[in-house]
Design a protein around this ligand. Structure first.
Ligand code: ADP
Ligand code: MG
Length: 739
């Protein structure tokens, strides 16, 4: 392992040897102390006053200043949760909703699911007692389907608004509408979309029962005004302020600690290897303090985790006190929380995170940040109907956020000021501890200047069919005229409408089709997956489709370590189906089920997790992904059963199942060409079968695929072999003109 040579940037500062020591306080005292030390703590009263005065408030603040964990508690203490009302806090990322809710429950000394809870797709911990509800922005949008006025909420905080996730953008527009409606005098007719609703004056039902984490409708309850708080880490809050008609913005500021930014002298061809070298360089040469590494996804994180463990074995015994801790969204939540626990005495933690750790979650104890400068980003070409998730260079804004990973160690002196609608009040706080950190950027300094300033809002680079289906279900029919903060291209809107129409969710005049469109909008899945489940119900293979959709929803079910490629391939061949990947996934899932049943019968109930992990390891199956898929299967099954579907199986009749796949995924079909490449029938793009597909060598004449991604080539992933004639037979509305 060659050492990397780093060059410091101009922002050099002297290192400070101070490092927090473990205090003797009890956990409770420590938490109370920590809360008091946060910059936001000293401005609690002022912030609450601002919330009372302004129906919309924009709160901007440095990462780690206490916005997400503290402001909801301030609101609770100030009485915003009286009479059964809730404060809802939305996050673009599931993992943030979960970890922050757990932390706040701990701070409030309550069990999760009582006063504090979270609700995310496929995981709801809230109850009728919940008053501070953390959730994903997507989940709140779904709640609006059942309760168009979001009447159980007194305050909604849209957190991480700078992230500009597609759900955040749509939510902002919807909340703007809902807020207007709720501020109208009672008894007046109001409209949300074209759903005319009468604002009722009846008395409020205190504890409205919840169903699947979703509050029931607001009928029979008086509507009270809704407060909106938009929170953002970046300084560019102007866009939100303007969108909300000049809303007031306040700034909670933490002090910026000295930062040593180091760049590699030469470009790195393999950033994973460079990250590994840097981890060990820090571990062996730098002062105590945890390391945070930004990687792009689960596969990368797991591979670095493994490589760190392996390389540690080559170090002398006393140098092995380095603990890799992964954190990414598909990780079971008890494991996610490990990132927040202090390292065992004498150990140094190395947190391997996705960009979740940029601003959404704040991990204490970080002193070193390694930033390879990449991120996995979604992009979409509406002309070709091609969506891809690619590893691309991070933006300057992201890179700047990453640099502050260590800052959370210290006590930050607070300054709060209202900016651009200033009435200029400043609070100066105590001087904070100096806790400098180092940020190792794994690219030369000149590359930084070439990065994009900020990331494009997701709404401008994603397939809109899911969001448009939801807007339609909310009664918003005029999508082009909808008040988006950043309007998506009309090409993307038209494409999504056409796709929804082809899938049978919309009528010829763009209204929701009854019942398919309504059913599809109710399922928390991509429209194409919902369509597959609805069809599978008719083809009597719903059981198989539920498993398939669950597996497609998680990250790769196979475990494919770089250094054991051959062994992994042999193991995969055992499950491989000549018909393709979907059937292969089915056989992994079914075999693991059979194994589980056998072990349960044999009385291994208590040890089941361990036994299952062993089975996964032997079979090169990713145990985390499999567990996650099982969970998702169970939950979607509940959904479809509630919709009145009967979950039946086609047994071994895989022909019926493949025909059902063809009938559902007909928009994603590809035909082999003479030169062995494929042509995606919808877009006309030349594509290649991804090497991880079981059909990579077989190259059948016609396939349907689940994913089209662009890396070095345009690859199609997750394929099933079909008969091309099925397309005209099963999707005649789409393929009637096909040759
Ligand atoms: P912001 O939203 O302003 O970025 P947060 O409210 O998320 O800040 O975090 C405030 C502080 O709480 C940080 O200093 C962080 O270290 C601490 N914190 C947040 N979550 C946890 C957790 N799960 N465990 C321990 N400390 C946490
Ligand atoms: Mg936050």
């Amino acid at each position: 392992m060659a050492q990397r040579e780093f060059r410091s940037s101009v922002q050099n500062s002297k290192p400070n040897p101070k490092f927090p020591t473990v205090s003797h306080f009890s956990m409770r005292q420590k938490i109370a102390e920590h809360r008091r030390s946060l910059p936001i703590a000293t401005v609690e009263k002022r912030l609450i006053e601002e919330v009372r005065k302004n129906d919309i408030l924009i709160v901007v603040g440095e990462t780690g200043s206490g916005k997400t964990t503290q402001l909801p508690q301030f609101l609770y203490n100030a009485g915003f949760c009286r009479e059964g009302k809730m404060v809802g806090i939305t996050q673009p990322r599931r993992i943030a909703a979960v970890t922050v809710a757990k932390r706040v429950a701990e701070e409030c000394e309550v069990e999760l699911g009582q006063k504090v809870g979270y609700s995310i797709r496929f995981d709801d911990t809230t109850s009728n007692l919940t008053r501070l509800k953390y959730m994903t922005d997507g989940l709140l949008l779904r709640e609006a389907l059942l309760d168009p006025h979001l009447s159980r909420y007194s305050v909604i905080i849209v957190d991480e608004a700078h992230d500009r996730s597609v759900h955040t953008d749509v939510l902002l527009a919807l909340l703007k509408k809902i807020q207007r409606t709720r501020s109208k005098p009672t008894g007046e007719k109001t409209e949300i979309g074209n759903l005319a609703l009468e604002v009722q004056t009846n008395t409020r039902d205190e504890n409205v029962p919840q169903q699947n984490g979703v509050s029931r409708g607001c009928q029979g309850r008086k509507l009270s005004p809704l407060k909106l708080i938009i929170m953002s880490a970046s300084l560019d809050a102007r866009v939100f302020s303007e969108y909300f008609g000049g809303a007031k913005a306040v700034h909670v500021q933490g002090r910026q600690f000295p930062v040593d930014i180091l760049y590699t002298v030469h470009p790195e061809s393999d950033y994973i290897d460079a990250a590994l070298v840097t981890i060990f360089q820090i571990h062996l040469e730098e002062k105590p303090g945890d390391i945070l590494v930004f990687l792009t996804g689960q596969d990368e994180i797991e591979s670095v985790e493994r490589l760190v463990q392996e390389r540690l074995q080559h170090l002398p015994e006393d140098k092995r006190k380095l603990l890799p801790v992964p954190i990414f969204s598909a990780l079971p939540s008890e494991q996610q929380m490990k990132a927040f626990a202090p390292a065992p005495t004498g150990f140094r933690k190395v947190i391997l995170a996705t960009n979740i750790a940029e601003t959404s979650i704040t991990i204490p104890g970080i002193r070193y940040v390694i930033d390879p400068g990449f991120v996995k980003a979604r992009s979409y070409d509406p002309r070709k109907g091609m969506e891809s998730l690619d590893v691309v260079p991070a933006s300057k804004a992201q890179t700047l956020q990453r640099r502050y990973g260590w800052k959370k160690l210290g006590v930050l002196p607070p300054i709060i000021c209202a900016f651009w609608f200033i009435f200029g009040f400043y609070f100066s706080g105590r001087a904070g501890r100096e806790v400098p950190g180092k940020c190792f950027r794994l690219y030369p300094e000149r590359e930084f200047e070439k990065l994009e300033d900020s990331t494009k809002p997701e709404i401008k680079r994603c397939n809109l069919s899911n969001i448009i289906l939801q807007l339609k279900a909310l009664g918003i029919d005029d999508i082009v005229g909808f008040d988006f903060i950043d309007r998506p291209s009309s090409g993307a809107i038209v494409k999504a409408l056409a796709e929804l129409h082809a899938l049978g969710a919309l009528t010829d005049d763009g209204k929701l089709e009854d019942p398919a469109g309504y059913q599809m909008s109710r399922l928390p899945l991509e429209p194409i997956y919902s369509k597959a489940l609805i069809l599978a119900n008719q083809y009597n293979c719903l059981e198989e489709m539920l498993i398939t959709v669950a597996v497609l929803t998680v990250e790769s079910i196979f475990y494919d370590p770089r250094e054991k490629r051959e062994e992994a391939r042999t193991a995969k061949n055992h499950f491989a189906s000549v018909e393709g990947d979907h059937l292969t996934y089915l056989s992994v899932y079914r075999e693991s089920d059979e194994f589980l049943e056998k072990k349960k019968v044999a009385g291994s109930g208590n040890n089941i997790d361990k036994i299952m992990k062993k089975w996964c390891k032997e079979n090169f199956v990713n145990s985390r992904s499999l567990k996650h898929a099982r969970d998702i299967y169970r939950q979607i099954r509940e959904h479809v059963e509630q919709m009145g579907f009967n979950v039946s199986s086609c047994g071994n009749d895989m022909l019926e199942f493949r025909r059902c796949l063809a009938a559902s995924f007909f928009l994603k079909a590809a035909l082999r060409q003479l030169d062995g490449t494929y042509r995606a029938m919808e877009s006309g793009e030349v594509v290649h079968i991804h090497p991880t597909s079981v059909l990579f060598r077989a190259k059948p004449e016609c396939v349907i695929f689940d994913e089209l991604m662009q890396t070095s080539k345009k690859y199609i992933k997750n394929l099933t072999r079909i008969d091309p004639l099925w397309l005209t037979e099963l999707a005649p509305h789409h393929y009637k003109t096909a040759e």
